[in-house]
Design a protein around this ligand. Structure first.
Ligand SMILES: [Mg+2]
Length: 181
């Protein structure tokens, strides 16, 4: 099976990394968990993103619960492709953060190209994604989607994919997927 996964919000906790960054830097910030995306309401959102990405935060984002162990187990039996909307310049930091993970490929493609690369080039059997617009887009492209349900902003996405609450659930969800194909 060809598995493709997003990284931020699915495997790594980008949101917590950003919150920790604002606290370290004494940047006033309020998190709105209902909304997708974490860098907003600054006079210069892109500048804030660049400042966050310029430091070491991107090398050391935390894995969500058992994501590392489960993915390494899956990687022994399946192709595992990781595609993130981080800009290509961030590849080294992302690679370093994911050094313990045995993936088939890793791409940092930027926001604009991500959907197309996954739908047209990778063509996975299953996609793991947390961004609501992309969950719907991959569903529409005929790709089976699993999404983490611990983010308030993925509420209601059951129309387009299968929710999971813990990474431990993934192997069984994938088995069910291959049976129904
Ligand atoms: Mg994401």
């Amino acid at each position: 099976m060809k598995i493709c996964s997003d990284v931020d919000g699915v495997i790594l906790n980008y949101i917590q990394g950003f919150i920790d960054f604002t606290q370290r830097e004494n940047i006033p910030y309020t998190h709105e968990p209902e909304l997708y995306g974490v860098i907003r309401n600054f006079p210069d959102n892109l500048g804030m993103r660049d400042q966050f990405h310029a430091g070491d935060s991107l090398r050391q984002l935390n894995y969500f619960d058992d994501s590392l162990q489960i993915l390494n187990m899956l990687a022994t039996q399946h192709e595992l492709h990781l595609v993130t909307a981080l800009e290509p310049e961030q590849f080294r930091k992302r690679e370093e953060n994911l050094a313990a993970l045995n993936y088939t490929s890793l791409q940092c493609v930027g926001d604009i190209r991500k959907e197309q690369i996954i739908v047209e080039e990778i063509q996975p059997d299953v996609m793991l994604e947390d961004r609501p617009e992309l969950i719907e887009a991959f569903y529409s492209a005929g790709i089976r989607v699993l999404f983490p349900d611990w983010h308030p902003y993925t509420k209601g996405m059951e129309r387009f994919g299968t929710p999971f609450s813990r990474w431990q659930e993934i192997p069984e969800l994938l088995q069910n997927a291959s049976k129904s194909n």
